[in-house]
Write a new protein. Sequence first.
Length: 358
Amino acid sequence: MDIEERLSVIKEVGEEIITVDELRQLLEAKDHPIAYDGFEPSGGAHIAQGILRTINVNKMLKAGCKFKMLVADWFAWMNNKLGGDLEKIRTTGDYLIEVWKACGMNIEGVEFIWSKDLVRQEGHWKTTIDIARASTVQRILRTSQIMGRRSTESLSAAQIIYPCMQAADIFHLKCDICQLGKDQRKVNILAREVGPKLGFWKPVVVSHHMILGLGEPKTSYKDPDDRLLDLKMSKSKPDTAIFMTDSEEDVKRKIGKAYCPERKVDENPIMEYCRYIVFEKFDSLEIKRAEKYGGSLNVGGYSELEKLYSEGKVHPMDLKNAVSDKLNELLEPVRKHFATNSKAKKLLEQVRSFEVTR
């Protein structure tokens, strides 16, 4: 692919890119820039962590990037996930890697790096302290959203260190592109601010969309940052998300009761599933309707679905049934992997036994 084709593929991933000009210059300078994402192993994998992340990583690889995935065990520990039990956290990290293997991530193109190993890299701790020295406490507190914390929450001292360490990771992973969710935007901006001051570089930020949870969104917030935390999927609210090993019945039940107002496209989680998952994996979506309502529809893309739905030509329940079928088709290989692979089966049993904590 030429530069513009590579750029176009990355734009499919980035809901926000800071900046497009810098990204173009990076692609002109490097055939294989390094991109990274990171995740806290904190419980069962939902569909955004599994399928959406797989879609995005595979696109970044297609655009010529080398991809590094940070298994952020120390961050989950600092953030008190799974009760701060490092063994449970690391077991969950191994389980998530099995999820990606099963749902089609190009694992051969991804380097998995654990925080426990990265923090031992020479100079990492010094970089973390340098970033802390270059930042005010107020500046660090403004990044609390990256941990799934609200601005009004009381943070532990470990959670104050967290953003500084995450910013340091970017430079010690030698990342050119931070390809994380929009909820991680603030720490990536912090890295852009402090990097040149400390002799590093300004990473390009490619922030992907955060898929809505299945519940009805609130309408008013004192802090706009809290809005994103409430809207996105949550492991601590299992009925707001489809998980990668949910049964067919669970998928149908959750989708069936999901928020999906008639004719409303914006902030409609079922429409989001269609846009970011279904039409990324399938060329069309069959929506079955009774003959008296015009018979079944074969929709060839998201823009067509958006038009039909906003005009009231697709009923919410018909859409939900179609989406449930497609999601179950996507999840079946993952269910099979965890049912038949002895290592994966044991990991799933262990993760299911863990209590999810915030």
